[in-house]
Design a protein around this ligand. Structure first.
Ligand code: GCU
Length: 625
């Protein structure tokens, strides 16, 4: 009855026309297969040279009248075109995936193929590969990310589709995979529209393609699909393991946490085993001591391994507590772009380590905002290893079709895919539900449904959102305030503020700017920043000079220090990044220049300003005044 009343209230309280009234339950959003811990399984990495075929008019999917595509254009056919042509029949073809040009996968086509720099549409990719004969187990393809829609075919048969450019998806190929030669064809459509997440309006580059690794994974007939452990506030270790397969029910599941604890539980009829382990003596994870334990899950002859750190994160009044102690988040924002003049969003461990080294050992940071979308699993695992706390978000960014239930479902599914992928990562402490979205009843209900979804799937982490601020006159004074009903759904408040860059505030005025924010909640400045072209100096205090950016940081940090509930910063942004919105021919040329370092890693003067500030913050006990 209680659930019914809650559901009824949810409908009655949701604004008319909001999509939130029809939000699906969290369990409905669980992907069919997860293969958590895939990185520990034997797999066949399908990275490498793939052929490709542009398809700007989508002829491989639909014909001119929306009918099924002509077979002579169906790129996904399991066909040796050259051999067919040698038979000189009446058939002819307007594609040949075997003789097409080659491109390196993973990576975006915009960087790999000069004439495709600004291509935004459908491209077909093909990879031929040999696989061992089926062995009675199961076979899956796991894509870590395809931006933006994926149409996946194996040996001419469609095996699945996915929408969303930054989260993994797993497709079963047990019955289609051949012992010997296989033909994998993936249609990738980078197009975004008013119903996509994000929409086509962003401040980052296109990066279309198979942008993260693809692997063929074989499992036993009954296998461990998901395995999660987390530390509770009282130190207990709780978690669950889910099996899939004919023999998933009634199986003994064992978890071993290094040499500190082991436990066994039995799966229920649905293949789910839950664990509740008395608080073991273990070293907690923290940025200063990022201890990870080798954890092994075994059941039904299957084994999955993970490296997991154990810590607690909470809010108490206006403090953020890590392992029960107040902490100040010394951070920076980051796009998923490797250093270099022509990034392909191919975030290898080496590329990610180069960026994180600048944050951890350059800036003296302990925190990173992985904006504005889920970054690669490689990056999040590296944050675990190096000791950087993480703000994670999906690209509900600027404006989204708030009143469309299908769009809300996409957002909630994207959140679920992110959380199930990363909930064993100690570094992830904040799930953000939005960035700079204009306040309206439908938008607030949409974000509220996202916050509810996060808490239903993962009640152990904090919920935030990067909000817009307003300037208002109070008693004749100019005050910066947060006028956003969404604050009631957030554990940690966060705001983006650009006074001194956008708008007409002078840098001299910044330290005296007054703020009025809720006293009972921690506040993060999730963005502030100014453009500077590396090397543009000695031209007075003009915008785009390094001197202006450095002084902007000094003045903004002085302003920030006067906010009594300030508990963290993630200035915008570590590195200059590609954006087609930024076209000043002298200072930008398609780059957003708010980085503290250039795209090739040249540090600007402001880098030192923030480093000095963080060194001082780190000296106080928890960095909290
Ligand atoms: C916004 C937005 C960023 C953008 C930045 C800018 O706050 O969140 O994605 O790049 O401002 O204007 O540079």
């Amino acid at each position: 009855m209680k659930q019914f009343v809650i559901a009824l209230l949810a409908v009655l309280l949701c604004p008319i026309g909001s999509a939130a009234a029809s939000a699906p339950a969290a369990d409905d959003l669980r992907p069919r297969f997860l293969l958590t811990g895939a990185q520990s399984r034997d797999s066949q990495d399908l990275s490498g040279q793939w052929t490709y075929s542009k398809d700007l008019y989508r002829t491989g999917l639909t014909d001119i009248n929306g009918w099924v595509a002509k077979s002579r254009m169906q790129r996904y056919r399991d066909l040796d075109v050259a051999a067919e042509e040698a038979r000189a029949t009446t058939d002819f073809y307007e594609f040949d995936m075997d003789r097409g040009p080659l491109v390196a996968i993973p990576g975006a086509w915009n960087a790999a193929v000069p004439e495709m720099r600004y291509y935004d549409g459908l491209v077909w990719f093909q990879r031929r590969f040999k696989a061992p004969a089926p062995d009675g187990g199961r076979a899956f393809l796991r894509f870590e990310a395809v931006n933006y829609k994926a149409y996946v075919y194996l040996n001419g048969k469609e095996i699945g589709r996915h929408e969303g450019g930054f989260t993994p998806f797993v497709l079963e190929v047990t019955d289609v995979l051949r012992g010997g030669d296989n033909r994998l064809t993936v249609g990738v459509d980078s197009t975004h529209d008013a119903q996509s997440i994000p929409t086509f309006i962003t401040d980052w580059d296109l990066y279309g393609g198979i942008t993260r690794p693809v692997r063929l994974i074989r499992t036993p007939a009954t296998f461990i699909d998901d395995a999660m452990l987390t530390m509770q506030a009282d130190g207990r270790i709780v978690g669950e393991v889910r099996l899939q397969g004919d023999k998933a029910a009634g199986q003994a599941v064992t978890v071993a946490i290094g040499a500190v604890a082991t436990a066994t539980a039995k799966t229920d009829a649905g293949g789910r085993a839950v664990f509740d382990i008395a608080a073991p003596r273990l070293e907690r994870w923290s940025p200063d001591s990022p201890k990870l334990y080798d954890v092994r899950f075994t059941a039904a002859g299957d084994t999955v391994r993970d490296r997991i750190g154990f810590r607690t994160i909470a809010v108490k009044g206006n403090q953020i507590l890590l392992n029960g102690k107040p902490i100040f988040l010394r951070g920076i924002s980051l796009h998923e772009e490797e250093f270099g003049p022509n990034p392909a969003r191919n975030m290898t461990e080496q590329a990610s380590r180069a960026l994180f080294t600048e944050i951890k050992h350059g800036l003296q940071g302990n925190y990173v905002r992985l904006s504005h979308y889920p970054h690669s699993e490689t990056t999040v695992r590296l944050a675990d290893e190096m000791g950087l706390l993480v703000w994670s978000e999906i690209p509900v960014y600027w404006t989204v079709d708030w009143e469309n239930p299908a769009v809300l479902r996409k957002a909630l599914a994207m959140q679920a895919e992110t959380i199930y992928r990363d909930r064993n990562r100690a570094a992830v402490v904040l799930w953000s539900v939005g960035n700079e979205t204009p306040v309206s009843p439908a938008r607030t209900a949409f974000h509220g449904a996202m916050a509810d979804n996060v808490r239903a799937i993962d009640p152990t982490r904090l919920v935030s959102a990067a909000l817009l601020v307003e300037r208002s006159k109070e008693n004749g004074e100019d005050v910066t305030v947060i006028k956003d009903p969404l604050v009631d759904k957030l554990d940690v408040l966060a705001v983006n503020t650009y006074a001194g860059w956008y708008g007409n505030d002078t840098l001299d005025a910044l330290p005296a700017l007054k703020w009025r924010v809720p006293a009972d909640r921690p506040l993060i400045l999730s963005e502030f920043g100014a453009d500077a072209l590396a090397g543009y100096r000695n031209d007075g205090m003009k915008k785009f000079t390094e001197e202006y950016q450095a002084q902007y940081y000094r003045q903004t940090l002085a302003m920030a220090d006067r906010i009594p509930t300030l508990r963290g910063l993630s200035p915008w942004i570590l590195k200059d990044f590609r954006s087609p919105r930024r076209e000043h021919p002298v200072f930008q040329n398609g780059w957003n220049r708010k980085g503290l370092v250039s795209e090739t890693g040249v540090r600007k003067e402001a880098f030192g300003v923030l480093t000095d500030y963080y060194r001082n913050r780190a000296k106080s006990t928890a960095g909290v005044p």
